[in-house]
Design a binder for this molecule. Structure first.
Ligand SMILES: Cc1cc2nc3c(=O)[nH]c(=O)nc-3n(C[C@H](O)[C@H](O)[C@H](O)COP(=O)(O)O)c2cc1C
Length: 224
């Protein structure tokens, strides 16, 4: 008699109710341990393209704030390139053990987190994994941006612990990277403070920010 027969014998002790309970338990455990937000999977971004684009001097010449946006999503490759330009990893741990990014940060603390608000939901950019981690499903763009920014393809919200003295400066470097990428790609971009309609507390709630984290600024990017 083989091992299989023993297993079959044991199955006799499993009533239908027990089997159903076991299946539910396994499913529940799988859901709890999964990083998936209900209805929203992580987005693995394609590797960023680090060549091409307009020459730096031309991108600087064309950099500007433009507050008009068409409601049209960016291709995933463009989104990956945008986020890499903003604050991606340009020196992996094999080159710099504490990681090098496309924007500097005081003491290389890299304390600014990029929340990415898209039509399909809110995500956090994990630069090292080149991944968008889901925070919530649904279109929250109108809770962050006003006017046309309410339907811009992507709004990046810069989030940090406001007690960290250099977070604002570090955000500025990232914001300029985004402006230059947008100029290079022929996209519109608008960096703005969160006040009035884009009240910081309301944005923090929409992004489900944890205690101690504040949205410092937002920047919308999209098609003219
Ligand atoms: C720290 C900072 C905060 C800003 N806040 C706002 C804002 O709340 N609303 C807005 O419409 N523009 C805002 N802007 C965009 C500026 O108005 C814009 O950069 C300025 O008019 C110069 O235009 P330019 O970017 O085309 O050179 C902000 C820019 C910075 C750097």
């Amino acid at each position: 008699m083989g091992v299989g027969c023993g297993a079959v014998k044991n199955l006799r002790f499993l009533s239908y109710r027990n089997v159903r309970r076991s299946v539910l338990l396994v499913l529940g455990a799988a859901l709890c341990s999964s990083p998936m937000v209900l209805g929203q999977a992580p987005i693995q971004l394609p590797a960023p393209q680090m060549t091409g684009g307009k020459p730096l001097m031309q991108a600087l010449a064309e950099r500007r704030t433009t507050r008009a946006f068409r409601d049209q999503a960016l291709p995933t490759q463009t989104l990956s390139n945008l986020l890499w330009a903003a604050f991606g990893v340009n020196r992996p741990r094999s080159v710099r053990p504490d990681l090098g990014r496309t924007a500097p940060s005081a003491m290389n603390r890299q304390e600014v987190e990029l929340y990415v608000v898209l039509a399909q939901g809110v995500f956090v950019y994990d630069a090292e994994a080149n991944l968008l981690k889901p925070v919530s499903a649904g279109d929250e763009r109108g809770k962050v941006g006003s006017g046309d920014a309410a339907h811009a393809a992507a709004t990046i919200v810069y989030v940090a612990d406001p007690k960290l003295a250099f977070a604002q400066v570090d955000t500025g470097f990232i914001g300029q990277n985004v402006y230059l990428f947008a100029a290079s790609e022929g996209l519109n971009a608008w960096f703005y403070a969160l006040h009035g309609q884009q009240d910081a507390a309301a944005v923090a709630a929409a992004l489900k920010l944890p205690e101690g984290k504040t949205p410092l600024y937002a920047q919308s990017v999209g098609y003219p």
